[in-house]
Design a protein around this ligand. Structure first.
Ligand code: SF4
Length: 446
């Protein structure tokens, strides 16, 4: 269905324009209806490469990439779907809007205290594009990078895509980030994230990154991106791909570690020649490509898929990094699985790969308190428990501390867990949320 020219030209489709493609008629009636109903709640965006290369149209409706990018009726609760569909049929704009807003609220749009607890401020001014959750790492959300080459239906940042703003490079943001980092010399790592920062052209990206190269305490720059899977042409054949790779080289030459945090959900994303070329181009600059993704029902439940992904990644020179647990937001009733199942999948996949792919860690939950690893399911002192460990934490004293939760076969997120051994609270619920040595700095800059 796809010619060579389409392979190299980025062409996005939304819930309206997808109807003009030949793929529309290959969707089942239920999926077409979901585009009318669900896509009003969850943002939809795809592109020609995802449609023509990644989705196997002979496998719909179960194709994993289709599930990952197209709305499905079950992504809303049955009563939500029925009532919204009815309002759409009645063409009641005000009631439709109210219904959609109510569903957004039910879907927990800002999980893990993103809005309330991770904000950064400088000189009394809140910096909306910066989150400082962990002592050494700052997350930066450039205004011009708040969209993606295609949207994932399970995205935990979906709330950022409702009511997309115009994309433009914001020089003020870049200056604010540098000013913040000049004060916070404890920060060694900046993660540029979104959306997808690689949606920006190279000039805009350079505008954000180049000022960071002057900061001596900053050691690593990470770029979180799904472009390696949804639009690998970004590194190979896009008009400014050579400038992008030159920017990567400049970062490395400035003595910084550059890590491209590649979001790969399924091995089909790495089976394409263009995706493999993208890995090769990224690596040729001296950057390291790390692989991470959540484990999700309907998409990557098969341990063999993970094993293939990690093994192929290692063969190409990428580093398996994280398997995440799907966060408690969006249509998680559709995508989430019990933690016990996530652990089983991880364990089976991990057991089947060689030591070189065992750089991967998981399943890991990005909770309000930090990144919590499910490190085992064991019987300790006669009680079946989840063995948990902090990989990262708001309070650095908690890192690598092991703790236990009662085993619950239905628990699918951290908040479902209860302390084991008759305890009332987990140890960290009685300790300061922030590193003690940081409190004076935070007060000074607040
Ligand atoms: S690429 Fe990442 S940020 Fe964009 S929709 Fe997918 S999960 Fe969300």
């Amino acid at each position: 269905m796809q010619g060579m020219s389409e392979l190299h030209r980025y062409k996005p489709y939304n819930a309206r324009t997808i109807r003009e493609t030949p793929y529309w008629h290959r969707l089942t009636p239920a999926l077409r209806e979901a585009m009318d109903v669900v896509a009003r709640v969850m943002p939809f965006r795809t592109n020609e490469y995802v449609l023509g290369t990644l989705i196997d149209w002979d496998s719909i409706p179960d194709d994993p990439i289709l599930r990952m990018t197209f709305p499905h009726p079950d992504m809303l609760l049955p009563q939500e779907y029925a009532s919204l569909k009815q309002l759409i049929e009645q063409d009641d704009a005000a009631a439709i809007k109210r219904r959609i807003e109510a569903i957004w609220l039910r879907m927990n749009p800002h999980p893990a205290g993103q809005l309330t607890h991770n904000g950064a401020s400088l000189g009394g001014k809140v910096l909306p594009g910066i989150q400082h959750k962990y002592r050494e790492t700052v997350l930066f959300f450039p205004g011009a990078g708040q969209t993606c080459h295609a949207y994932c239906t399970f995205c935990f940042r979906w709330a950022q895509f409702i009511g997309e703003e115009e994309l433009k490079f914001n020089a003020r943001e870049s200056q604010e980030l540098v000013s913040y980092l000049r004060v916070h010399t404890e920060v060694t790592d900046v993660l540029i994230t979104g959306g997808d920062p690689m949606i920006m052209n190279t000039r805009s990206l350079a505008g954000y990154i180049e000022p960071l190269l002057e900061l001596p305490h900053l050691r690593s720059i990470r770029i979180g991106t799904k472009s390696v899977a949804y639009w690998p042409q970004r590194f190979v054949s896009d008009k400014d791909a050579p400038e992008l790779l030159a920017l990567f080289r400049r970062i490395v030459a400035a003595g910084k570690h550059l890590s491209v945090m590649g979001h790969y959900n399924h091995p089909v994303e790495l089976r394409q020649d263009i995706a493999r070329q993208a890995v090769e181009r990224i690596r040729s600059t001296g950057a390291v490509l790390r692989m991470q993704a959540p484990v999700i029902r309907h998409i990557n439940e098969n341990p063999a898929d993970w094993a293939e992904l990690w093994t192929e990644g290692v063969r190409l020179g990428a580093v398996p990094y994280y398997m995440f647990v799907e966060r408690d937001t969006g249509p998680r009733h559709y995508f989430a699985m019990p933690l016990a199942r996530a652990f089983e999948i991880f364990q089976a996949a991990y057991r089947s790969v060689s030591g070189l792919a065992r750089t991967v860690r998981g399943p890991s939950m990005s909770t309000f308190y930090g990144k919590v690893l499910i490190n085992g399911i064991e019987t300790v002192a006669g009680e079946k428990v989840f063995v948990l460990q902090f990989l990262q934490a708001r309070n650095p004293q908690w890192v690598l501390r092991t703790f236990h939760a009662q085993f619950d076969p239905h628990a699918s997120w951290f908040d479902d867990l209860r302390p084991a051994f008759g305890e009332q609270r987990f140890f960290f619920q009685d300790e300061p949320l922030t590193a003690p040595e940081l409190i004076p700095v935070l007060l000074e800059t607040a």
